[in-house]
Design a protein around this ligand. Structure first.
Ligand SMILES: NC(=O)c1ccc[n+]([C@@H]2O[C@H](COP(=O)([O-])OP(=O)(O)OC[C@H]3O[C@@H](n4cnc5c(N)ncnc54)[C@H](O)[C@@H]3O)[C@@H](O)[C@H]2O)c1
Length: 356
């Protein structure tokens, strides 16, 4: 059997999820890794037995042994590295968010079309077990027309610092980092309606709260709290052309009594709570009922989600499957995210041309 030969670009925190999943996949051979931090790349190369180590992405892309790459670097590199990889003839799995601007997103989309290669955006929650269970109910019509969704991803204390809190490298704060996951998940479950308008607010009130003691939180590989010019908190109302709407709020820091990850969608025949635990709301014989699926997992599991996302990507590269998270969806997501920032800055609702 010909194995798919993988190169991983970026050897920081999230690369471990990609590397573990590739290493566990019998159809894959890990052949190359790149990070501008050589020590970090070498450490991963030793752990996963990867023969080729680079600090320059273009050298990795010039290696003809590499069939496909995972891009696990800072957000400001996603568009450039995606386009370079496609032009070098590689299939690409690019971590979320697709990039930082709509203009960049359209350039990546164009490069995907030109290359004819597989391109998967790392919307990992689409590949979660609960998402796929719920999709069955939605596709069978059990929820009817989905007209409302609501998502909160609120951290009281969780600004990861380093590049995450440097707008130039990240593109923004909690909205583009964690908001992208929950907005995308709702939008995917809603059937990906076209966005009509976006009204958003961003707040820069609390900073990163690096002063807080006795409470640990996720930190970037190169944690540094000195630079922070991203929002602490964002909220938005997104309207779609089919009349459906989505309300979202996200934070890195917020005075709240607990963290909150809740996601729900609501339709004419039924609804669903997606997080913190999958449950389906229905009505039968004039009685309201909540259905609790009996499955191994009822909330998003990181490791299983990444395994499933990467297994799917490998299946696409080997010609068996079509990606569940194509570049076009990455472009639409960038339109929504950028419109939230634009709306917040201008204090106006952003409307999209319905003829686009
Ligand atoms: N899907 C998810 O749930 C999830 C979770 C966390 C992070 N991410 C995404 O993964 C990406 C990486 O995040 P992370 O948490 O691993 O960050 P990280 O800082 O831990 O790692 C990023 C690595 O990229 C390297 N790098 C940056 N620019 C480079 C360049 N030009 N050339 C070579 N190496 C370069 C850095 O040296 C660093 O080791 C981000 O886009 C982030 O949004 C996704």
């Amino acid at each position: 059997m010909n194995k798919l030969r993988i190169g991983v670009i970026g050897a920081g925190s999230i690369s471990a999820m990609h590397l573990d999943a590739y290493a566990a996949n019998k159809e894959v051979e890990l052949v190359a890794i790149c990070d501008m931090n050589r020590g970090r790349a070498e450490e991963k190369a030793a752990k996963y037995n990867i023969p080729n180590v680079y600090t320059d992405v273009h050298e990795l892309l010039a290696n003809e042994e590499v069939d496909a790459v995972s891009i696990c670097t800072w957000n400001n590199t996603h568009a450039e590295f995606s386009i370079a990889a496609l032009e070098a003839g590689k299939h690409v799995l690019c971590e979320k968010p697709l990039c930082q601007t709509v203009e960049q997103a359209l350039k990546v989309e164009e490069a995907v079309r030109r290359s004819g290669k597989v391109f998967q955006v790392g919307f990992v929650r689409r590949y979660g077990q609960t998402t796929q269970i719920l999709r069955r109910f939605i596709e069978a019509g059990d929820l009817g027309e989905i007209y409302y969704a609501k998502a909160s991803y609120l951290r009281r204390l969780g600004n990861p610092g380093g590049w995450f809190s440097d707008k130039e490298r990240s593109g923004g704060g909690p909205l583009i980092d964690i908001g992208v996951h929950v907005i995308d998940l709702c939008w995917y479950l809603m059937g990906r309606p076209k966005v009509k308008s976006v009204s958003g607010n961003t707040y820069y009130k609390l900073g990163n709260r690096a002063n807080v003691e006795y409470f640990s939180f996720y930190q970037a590989a190169d944690y540094d709290a000195t630079k922070n010019d991203v929002e602490d908190m964002a909220n938005a109302l997104i309207r779609f052309e089919n009349g459906a709407s989505l309300m979202v709020d996200v934070s890195f820091t917020l005075h709240a009594v607990k963290n909150d990850t809740t996601i729900s969608i609501h339709g004419t025949k039924g609804g669903a709570q997606v997080e913190p635990e999958l449950q389906i709301a229905a009505e039968k014989h004039d009685v309201m009922i909540n259905l609790l699926p009996q499955a191994d997992r009822l909330s998003f599991d990181f490791v299983a989600g990444f395994n499933s996302e990467i297994e799917h990507f490998v299946g696409c590269c080997l010609g068996r499957l079509e990606t569940l998270s194509p570049v076009e969806d990455g472009v639409e997501m960038m339109k929504m995210l950028c419109a939230v920032y634009e709306s917040a800055a201008s204090g106006q609702e952003i409307r999209f041309d319905i003829n686009r």
